[in-house]
Write a protein that binds this ligand. Structure first.
Ligand code: PMP
Length: 422
Protein backbone atom coordinates (compact mmCIF):
# COMPACT_ATOMS: atom_id res chain seq x y z
CA UNK A 1 0.00 0.00 0.00
CA UNK A 2 2.83 2.33 0.91
CA UNK A 3 4.49 1.63 -2.45
CA UNK A 4 1.24 2.33 -4.26
CA UNK A 5 0.76 5.62 -2.40
CA UNK A 6 4.36 6.59 -3.19
CA UNK A 7 3.85 5.85 -6.89
CA UNK A 8 0.74 8.00 -6.87
CA UNK A 9 2.68 10.89 -5.35
CA UNK A 10 5.45 10.50 -7.95
CA UNK A 11 2.98 11.03 -10.70
CA UNK A 12 2.82 14.77 -11.45
CA UNK A 13 -0.74 15.98 -12.13
CA UNK A 14 -1.44 16.90 -15.78
CA UNK A 15 -1.69 20.62 -14.85
CA UNK A 16 2.01 20.54 -14.01
CA UNK A 17 2.84 19.32 -17.52
CA UNK A 18 0.61 22.02 -19.03
CA UNK A 19 2.30 24.64 -16.82
CA UNK A 20 5.70 23.46 -18.03
CA UNK A 21 4.58 23.92 -21.64
CA UNK A 22 3.60 27.51 -20.80
CA UNK A 23 7.08 28.08 -19.39
CA UNK A 24 8.93 26.99 -22.52
CA UNK A 25 11.42 29.59 -23.78
CA UNK A 26 9.82 32.26 -25.94
CA UNK A 27 6.22 31.66 -24.78
CA UNK A 28 6.07 34.89 -22.79
CA UNK A 29 7.69 36.86 -25.63
CA UNK A 30 5.04 35.49 -27.94
CA UNK A 31 2.29 36.69 -25.58
CA UNK A 32 3.88 40.13 -25.35
CA UNK A 33 4.18 40.41 -29.13
CA UNK A 34 0.56 39.35 -29.55
CA UNK A 35 -0.59 41.93 -26.98
CA UNK A 36 1.52 44.69 -28.51
CA UNK A 37 0.30 43.85 -32.03
CA UNK A 38 -3.29 43.91 -30.79
CA UNK A 39 -2.77 47.30 -29.13
CA UNK A 40 -1.29 48.67 -32.37
CA UNK A 41 -4.12 47.23 -34.44
CA UNK A 42 -1.80 44.90 -36.36
CA UNK A 43 -3.03 41.62 -37.80
CA UNK A 44 -0.79 38.57 -37.89
CA UNK A 45 1.02 38.72 -41.27
CA UNK A 46 2.03 35.06 -40.96
CA UNK A 47 0.09 31.85 -41.62
CA UNK A 48 -2.14 33.55 -44.19
CA UNK A 49 -3.93 30.75 -46.02
CA UNK A 50 -3.73 30.89 -49.82
CA UNK A 51 -6.84 29.44 -51.39
CA UNK A 52 -5.43 28.42 -54.78
CA UNK A 53 -2.04 28.30 -56.50
CA UNK A 54 0.22 31.01 -55.10
CA UNK A 55 1.70 32.47 -58.28
CA UNK A 56 2.21 36.07 -59.38
CA UNK A 57 -1.19 36.61 -57.83
CA UNK A 58 -2.91 34.61 -55.13
CA UNK A 59 -6.27 34.48 -53.37
CA UNK A 60 -6.29 35.10 -49.63
CA UNK A 61 -9.50 35.53 -47.66
CA UNK A 62 -11.48 35.46 -50.92
CA UNK A 63 -9.51 38.41 -52.33
CA UNK A 64 -7.01 38.28 -55.20
CA UNK A 65 -3.75 40.05 -54.34
CA UNK A 66 -0.34 40.46 -55.97
CA UNK A 67 2.02 37.91 -54.46
CA UNK A 68 5.66 38.54 -53.53
CA UNK A 69 5.82 36.05 -50.68
CA UNK A 70 6.46 32.76 -52.50
CA UNK A 71 9.70 31.14 -53.70
CA UNK A 72 8.27 30.17 -57.07
CA UNK A 73 11.19 31.84 -58.86
CA UNK A 74 10.54 30.33 -62.29
CA UNK A 75 6.74 30.42 -62.15
CA UNK A 76 6.55 26.63 -62.49
CA UNK A 77 4.33 25.82 -59.52
CA UNK A 78 1.06 25.04 -61.26
CA UNK A 79 2.66 24.58 -64.71
CA UNK A 80 0.49 21.95 -66.47
CA UNK A 81 3.55 19.87 -67.42
CA UNK A 82 4.76 19.76 -63.80
CA UNK A 83 1.28 18.84 -62.59
CA UNK A 84 0.98 16.13 -65.29
CA UNK A 85 4.33 14.62 -64.24
CA UNK A 86 3.24 14.60 -60.59
CA UNK A 87 -0.15 13.12 -61.51
CA UNK A 88 1.43 10.33 -63.57
CA UNK A 89 3.71 9.36 -60.68
CA UNK A 90 0.79 9.61 -58.26
CA UNK A 91 -1.28 7.18 -60.33
CA UNK A 92 1.63 4.81 -60.79
CA UNK A 93 2.98 4.75 -57.23
CA UNK A 94 0.30 6.20 -54.97
CA UNK A 95 0.92 9.11 -52.60
CA UNK A 96 3.65 7.79 -50.34
CA UNK A 97 6.94 5.95 -50.80
CA UNK A 98 5.72 4.06 -47.72
CA UNK A 99 9.20 3.26 -46.37
CA UNK A 100 12.78 4.45 -46.23
CA UNK A 101 14.27 4.10 -49.71
CA UNK A 102 16.85 1.67 -48.34
CA UNK A 103 14.09 -0.65 -47.10
CA UNK A 104 11.41 -0.64 -49.79
CA UNK A 105 10.71 3.00 -50.59
CA UNK A 106 12.85 3.25 -53.72
CA UNK A 107 11.00 4.22 -56.94
CA UNK A 108 12.46 4.87 -60.41
CA UNK A 109 11.64 8.59 -60.16
CA UNK A 110 14.09 8.98 -57.27
CA UNK A 111 17.07 7.80 -59.33
CA UNK A 112 15.85 9.80 -62.34
CA UNK A 113 15.70 13.00 -60.28
CA UNK A 114 19.14 12.38 -58.77
CA UNK A 115 20.70 11.69 -62.17
CA UNK A 116 19.19 14.94 -63.48
CA UNK A 117 20.53 16.92 -60.49
CA UNK A 118 24.03 15.40 -60.89
CA UNK A 119 23.94 16.28 -64.61
CA UNK A 120 22.75 19.80 -63.79
CA UNK A 121 25.95 20.37 -61.81
CA UNK A 122 28.17 18.15 -63.95
CA UNK A 123 29.23 16.17 -60.85
CA UNK A 124 29.37 12.42 -60.12
CA UNK A 125 26.15 11.85 -58.21
CA UNK A 126 23.34 13.32 -56.13
CA UNK A 127 21.05 12.25 -53.32
CA UNK A 128 17.51 13.50 -52.59
CA UNK A 129 16.21 13.93 -49.04
CA UNK A 130 12.61 14.55 -47.93
CA UNK A 131 13.23 18.01 -46.51
CA UNK A 132 15.68 20.77 -47.34
CA UNK A 133 16.05 21.75 -43.70
CA UNK A 134 16.61 18.15 -42.63
CA UNK A 135 19.23 17.75 -45.38
CA UNK A 136 21.48 20.37 -43.84
CA UNK A 137 20.88 19.16 -40.30
CA UNK A 138 21.59 15.52 -41.04
CA UNK A 139 24.44 15.99 -43.53
CA UNK A 140 26.38 18.51 -41.46
CA UNK A 141 25.61 16.65 -38.25
CA UNK A 142 26.77 13.37 -39.73
CA UNK A 143 29.74 14.50 -41.80
CA UNK A 144 31.51 16.56 -39.17
CA UNK A 145 32.48 15.63 -35.62
CA UNK A 146 33.93 17.00 -32.40
CA UNK A 147 37.51 17.03 -33.72
CA UNK A 148 36.52 19.08 -36.76
CA UNK A 149 36.10 22.75 -37.63
CA UNK A 150 33.10 24.34 -39.35
CA UNK A 151 33.55 27.85 -40.59
CA UNK A 152 30.35 29.47 -41.76
CA UNK A 153 29.00 32.78 -42.95
CA UNK A 154 27.26 34.67 -40.12
CA UNK A 155 24.11 34.87 -42.28
CA UNK A 156 23.89 31.14 -42.87
CA UNK A 157 20.41 29.55 -42.78
CA UNK A 158 19.11 28.06 -39.55
CA UNK A 159 19.31 24.52 -40.99
CA UNK A 160 23.08 24.81 -41.50
CA UNK A 161 23.54 26.31 -38.05
CA UNK A 162 21.53 23.47 -36.51
CA UNK A 163 23.50 20.84 -38.42
CA UNK A 164 26.78 22.40 -37.38
CA UNK A 165 25.64 22.41 -33.75
CA UNK A 166 24.57 18.78 -33.94
CA UNK A 167 27.98 17.75 -35.31
CA UNK A 168 29.75 18.87 -32.14
CA UNK A 169 32.46 20.44 -34.32
CA UNK A 170 34.12 23.70 -33.36
CA UNK A 171 32.05 26.41 -35.03
CA UNK A 172 33.26 29.80 -36.14
CA UNK A 173 31.03 32.34 -37.87
CA UNK A 174 32.77 34.89 -40.08
CA UNK A 175 31.19 38.27 -40.97
CA UNK A 176 28.76 38.05 -43.88
CA UNK A 177 30.52 37.47 -47.23
CA UNK A 178 33.90 38.41 -45.71
CA UNK A 179 36.21 35.89 -47.37
CA UNK A 180 39.27 37.60 -45.93
CA UNK A 181 37.98 37.09 -42.39
CA UNK A 182 37.20 33.48 -43.28
CA UNK A 183 40.76 32.96 -44.41
CA UNK A 184 42.16 34.56 -41.24
CA UNK A 185 40.08 32.19 -39.10
CA UNK A 186 41.15 29.18 -41.13
CA UNK A 187 44.81 30.16 -40.93
CA UNK A 188 44.48 30.49 -37.16
CA UNK A 189 42.48 27.34 -36.43
CA UNK A 190 42.91 24.82 -39.24
CA UNK A 191 45.93 23.08 -37.76
CA UNK A 192 44.17 21.97 -34.58
CA UNK A 193 41.30 20.35 -36.47
CA UNK A 194 41.05 16.96 -38.17
CA UNK A 195 38.77 18.11 -40.98
CA UNK A 196 37.59 21.59 -41.90
CA UNK A 197 34.48 22.67 -43.77
CA UNK A 198 33.47 26.11 -45.03
CA UNK A 199 29.71 26.60 -45.40
CA UNK A 200 28.28 29.42 -47.49
CA UNK A 201 25.10 30.05 -49.48
CA UNK A 202 24.87 30.64 -53.21
CA UNK A 203 22.32 33.43 -52.76
CA UNK A 204 21.45 34.78 -49.33
CA UNK A 205 17.75 34.86 -48.64
CA UNK A 206 17.66 37.73 -46.13
CA UNK A 207 19.69 40.18 -48.20
CA UNK A 208 19.51 38.89 -51.77
CA UNK A 209 23.29 39.12 -52.20
CA UNK A 210 25.87 36.53 -53.26
CA UNK A 211 29.35 35.41 -52.14
CA UNK A 212 32.60 35.68 -54.09
CA UNK A 213 32.70 31.98 -54.94
CA UNK A 214 36.14 31.90 -56.62
CA UNK A 215 37.67 33.44 -53.47
CA UNK A 216 36.06 30.85 -51.22
CA UNK A 217 37.20 28.03 -53.52
CA UNK A 218 40.76 29.33 -53.39
CA UNK A 219 40.68 29.60 -49.60
CA UNK A 220 39.31 26.09 -49.20
CA UNK A 221 42.10 24.71 -51.44
CA UNK A 222 44.84 26.69 -49.69
CA UNK A 223 43.84 25.43 -46.27
CA UNK A 224 42.81 21.87 -47.07
CA UNK A 225 39.15 22.45 -46.25
CA UNK A 226 35.97 21.26 -47.93
CA UNK A 227 33.60 23.86 -49.34
CA UNK A 228 29.82 23.39 -49.09
CA UNK A 229 27.40 25.74 -50.86
CA UNK A 230 23.70 25.86 -50.01
CA UNK A 231 21.98 26.68 -53.29
CA UNK A 232 18.42 26.88 -51.95
CA UNK A 233 17.89 30.30 -53.56
CA UNK A 234 20.51 29.95 -56.31
CA UNK A 235 19.39 26.86 -58.26
CA UNK A 236 17.36 27.97 -61.25
CA UNK A 237 18.11 31.58 -60.35
CA UNK A 238 21.80 32.44 -60.83
CA UNK A 239 23.86 32.28 -64.01
CA UNK A 240 22.56 32.95 -67.52
CA UNK A 241 20.78 29.56 -67.63
CA UNK A 242 20.01 29.16 -63.93
CA UNK A 243 22.63 26.52 -63.16
CA UNK A 244 23.53 28.36 -59.97
CA UNK A 245 26.34 30.37 -58.42
CA UNK A 246 29.08 28.46 -60.26
CA UNK A 247 27.59 29.50 -63.57
CA UNK A 248 27.30 33.08 -62.35
CA UNK A 249 31.05 33.14 -61.67
CA UNK A 250 31.99 30.90 -64.60
CA UNK A 251 33.68 28.24 -62.48
CA UNK A 252 33.50 24.46 -62.83
CA UNK A 253 30.95 23.05 -60.36
CA UNK A 254 33.44 20.31 -59.46
CA UNK A 255 35.53 22.97 -57.69
CA UNK A 256 32.94 22.92 -54.90
CA UNK A 257 33.05 19.80 -52.73
CA UNK A 258 29.44 19.68 -51.59
CA UNK A 259 26.46 21.21 -53.37
CA UNK A 260 23.30 21.43 -51.33
CA UNK A 261 19.99 22.56 -52.74
CA UNK A 262 16.30 22.58 -51.97
CA UNK A 263 13.54 21.42 -54.28
CA UNK A 264 10.99 23.71 -52.65
CA UNK A 265 11.90 26.88 -54.52
CA UNK A 266 12.67 27.15 -58.26
CA UNK A 267 11.95 23.42 -58.68
CA UNK A 268 8.52 23.76 -57.03
CA UNK A 269 8.56 20.54 -55.02
CA UNK A 270 9.69 19.63 -51.56
CA UNK A 271 12.95 18.15 -50.30
CA UNK A 272 16.69 18.68 -50.33
CA UNK A 273 19.54 17.46 -52.48
CA UNK A 274 23.25 16.93 -52.04
CA UNK A 275 25.39 16.67 -55.18
CA UNK A 276 29.08 16.02 -55.62
CA UNK A 277 31.71 13.31 -55.35
CA UNK A 278 30.59 9.68 -55.85
CA UNK A 279 32.15 8.41 -52.62
CA UNK A 280 30.55 11.16 -50.57
CA UNK A 281 27.11 10.46 -52.05
CA UNK A 282 27.44 6.68 -51.61
CA UNK A 283 28.47 7.19 -47.99
CA UNK A 284 25.50 9.48 -47.29
CA UNK A 285 23.12 7.08 -49.07
CA UNK A 286 24.14 4.29 -46.72
CA UNK A 287 24.65 6.17 -43.48
CA UNK A 288 23.11 9.65 -43.21
CA UNK A 289 20.46 9.27 -40.48
CA UNK A 290 18.03 11.72 -42.11
CA UNK A 291 18.15 9.60 -45.26
CA UNK A 292 18.41 6.03 -43.98
CA UNK A 293 15.84 6.44 -41.20
CA UNK A 294 13.38 8.66 -43.03
CA UNK A 295 10.75 7.85 -45.64
CA UNK A 296 11.63 8.28 -49.32
CA UNK A 297 10.48 11.48 -51.02
CA UNK A 298 6.86 11.14 -52.23
CA UNK A 299 7.20 9.91 -55.84
CA UNK A 300 4.88 12.61 -57.19
CA UNK A 301 7.12 15.33 -55.76
CA UNK A 302 10.28 13.72 -57.15
CA UNK A 303 8.60 13.58 -60.58
CA UNK A 304 7.42 17.21 -60.27
CA UNK A 305 10.92 18.52 -59.50
CA UNK A 306 12.51 16.39 -62.24
CA UNK A 307 10.04 17.90 -64.72
CA UNK A 308 10.68 21.43 -63.39
CA UNK A 309 14.41 20.86 -63.87
CA UNK A 310 13.82 19.67 -67.43
CA UNK A 311 11.76 22.80 -68.15
CA UNK A 312 14.44 25.03 -66.60
CA UNK A 313 17.00 23.62 -69.03
CA UNK A 314 14.62 23.74 -72.00
CA UNK A 315 13.38 27.28 -71.29
CA UNK A 316 16.29 29.41 -70.04
CA UNK A 317 14.24 32.47 -70.97
CA UNK A 318 12.46 31.95 -67.63
CA UNK A 319 15.72 32.76 -65.84
CA UNK A 320 16.13 35.82 -68.03
CA UNK A 321 12.60 36.97 -67.21
CA UNK A 322 13.18 36.48 -63.48
CA UNK A 323 16.38 38.55 -63.75
CA UNK A 324 14.59 41.33 -65.65
CA UNK A 325 11.78 41.38 -63.10
CA UNK A 326 14.11 41.48 -60.11
CA UNK A 327 16.33 44.18 -61.57
CA UNK A 328 13.27 46.27 -62.49
CA UNK A 329 11.90 45.91 -58.96
CA UNK A 330 15.27 46.88 -57.48
CA UNK A 331 15.67 49.89 -59.77
CA UNK A 332 12.15 51.18 -59.07
CA UNK A 333 12.55 50.66 -55.32
CA UNK A 334 15.83 52.58 -55.34
CA UNK A 335 14.28 55.36 -57.42
CA UNK A 336 11.54 55.58 -54.79
CA UNK A 337 14.25 56.17 -52.18
CA UNK A 338 13.79 52.82 -50.41
CA UNK A 339 16.60 51.03 -48.62
CA UNK A 340 17.19 47.74 -50.44
CA UNK A 341 20.36 46.89 -48.53
CA UNK A 342 22.89 44.73 -50.37
CA UNK A 343 20.41 43.16 -52.79
CA UNK A 344 21.94 42.26 -56.12
CA UNK A 345 18.47 42.33 -57.73
CA UNK A 346 18.64 38.69 -58.83
CA UNK A 347 15.42 37.38 -57.27
CA UNK A 348 15.19 38.66 -53.68
CA UNK A 349 14.82 42.31 -52.75
CA UNK A 350 14.56 43.33 -49.10
CA UNK A 351 13.13 46.71 -48.18
CA UNK A 352 14.66 47.66 -44.85
CA UNK A 353 12.44 49.87 -42.73
CA UNK A 354 14.21 50.18 -39.42
CA UNK A 355 12.02 48.51 -36.79
CA UNK A 356 9.89 45.41 -36.38
CA UNK A 357 6.77 47.49 -35.71
CA UNK A 358 7.36 49.58 -38.84
CA UNK A 359 7.89 46.42 -40.92
CA UNK A 360 4.73 44.77 -39.58
CA UNK A 361 2.74 47.97 -40.20
CA UNK A 362 4.06 48.30 -43.72
CA UNK A 363 3.24 44.66 -44.51
CA UNK A 364 -0.31 45.28 -43.34
CA UNK A 365 -0.63 48.54 -45.28
CA UNK A 366 0.50 46.72 -48.42
CA UNK A 367 -1.88 43.85 -47.85
CA UNK A 368 -4.69 46.38 -47.61
CA UNK A 369 -3.46 47.79 -50.94
CA UNK A 370 -3.56 44.31 -52.49
CA UNK A 371 0.06 43.12 -52.11
CA UNK A 372 1.08 40.03 -50.15
CA UNK A 373 4.62 40.34 -48.77
CA UNK A 374 5.86 39.17 -45.37
CA UNK A 375 7.93 41.14 -42.88
CA UNK A 376 11.13 39.76 -41.37
CA UNK A 377 11.18 40.83 -37.77
CA UNK A 378 13.47 40.66 -34.76
CA UNK A 379 14.95 38.19 -33.75
CA UNK A 380 15.29 36.81 -37.31
CA UNK A 381 17.19 40.05 -38.07
CA UNK A 382 18.32 42.87 -35.71
CA UNK A 383 15.35 45.14 -34.93
CA UNK A 384 17.05 48.07 -36.68
CA UNK A 385 17.14 46.12 -39.94
CA UNK A 386 13.61 44.66 -39.84
CA UNK A 387 12.36 44.47 -43.40
CA UNK A 388 9.87 43.37 -45.97
CA UNK A 389 11.25 40.69 -48.24
CA UNK A 390 10.07 40.57 -51.84
CA UNK A 391 10.51 37.37 -53.82
CA UNK A 392 10.36 37.98 -57.55
CA UNK A 393 9.23 35.39 -60.06
CA UNK A 394 9.46 34.87 -63.81
CA UNK A 395 5.66 34.84 -63.66
CA UNK A 396 5.36 38.49 -62.57
CA UNK A 397 4.38 40.95 -65.26
CA UNK A 398 5.95 44.36 -65.58
CA UNK A 399 2.69 46.08 -64.65
CA UNK A 400 2.43 44.02 -61.46
CA UNK A 401 5.93 45.00 -60.41
CA UNK A 402 5.29 48.66 -61.11
CA UNK A 403 2.00 48.51 -59.20
CA UNK A 404 3.64 46.81 -56.21
CA UNK A 405 6.50 49.32 -55.96
CA UNK A 406 4.03 52.21 -56.36
CA UNK A 407 1.92 50.77 -53.52
CA UNK A 408 5.05 50.29 -51.45
CA UNK A 409 6.26 53.85 -52.00
CA UNK A 410 2.81 55.18 -51.17
CA UNK A 411 2.57 53.11 -47.98
CA UNK A 412 6.06 54.18 -46.87
CA UNK A 413 5.22 57.83 -47.54
CA UNK A 414 1.99 57.40 -45.57
CA UNK A 415 3.87 55.88 -42.64
CA UNK A 416 6.45 58.69 -42.69
CA UNK A 417 3.74 61.36 -42.77
CA UNK A 418 1.93 59.69 -39.85
CA UNK A 419 5.19 59.57 -37.90
CA UNK A 420 5.96 63.22 -38.62
CA UNK A 421 2.45 64.16 -37.47
CA UNK A 422 3.32 62.43 -34.20
N1 PMP B 1 18.63 26.48 -46.91
C1 PMP B 1 18.25 27.75 -47.14
C2 PMP B 1 19.28 28.78 -47.49
C3 PMP B 1 16.90 28.11 -47.02
O1 PMP B 1 16.52 29.37 -47.23
C4 PMP B 1 15.94 27.12 -46.67
C5 PMP B 1 14.47 27.42 -46.52
N2 PMP B 1 14.00 28.60 -46.93
C6 PMP B 1 16.40 25.81 -46.45
C7 PMP B 1 17.73 25.53 -46.58
C8 PMP B 1 15.43 24.72 -46.07
O2 PMP B 1 14.77 24.29 -47.20
P1 PMP B 1 13.27 23.74 -47.18
O3 PMP B 1 12.37 24.91 -46.87
O4 PMP B 1 13.09 23.26 -48.57
O5 PMP B 1 13.19 22.69 -46.14
Amino acid sequence: LRRLAQRKEDRAPPEAAARAFRELPGQRDMDLIREAAGALGLENPFFRAHEGIAGATTVIGGREVLNFGSYDYLGLNGDPRVIAAAEAALRRHGVSASASRMVSGERPVHAALEAAIAAHYGVDAALAFVSGHATNVTVLGHLMGPRDLILHDAAIHNSCAEGARLSGARRIAFPHNDWQAAERELAAHRRGARRALIVIEGHYSMDGDIPDLPRFIAIARRHDAWLMVDEAHAMGVLGPTGRGIHEHWGVDAREVDIWMGTLSKALCGCGGIIAGNADLIAWLRHSAPGFVYSVGMPPALAAASAEALRILHAEPERVHRLRQNASLFLRLAKEAGLDTGASAGLAIVPVIVGSSVAAARLSQALFERGVNVQPILYPAVPDSSARLRFFLSAAHEEGQIRAAVAALAEAVAGARAAEAAG
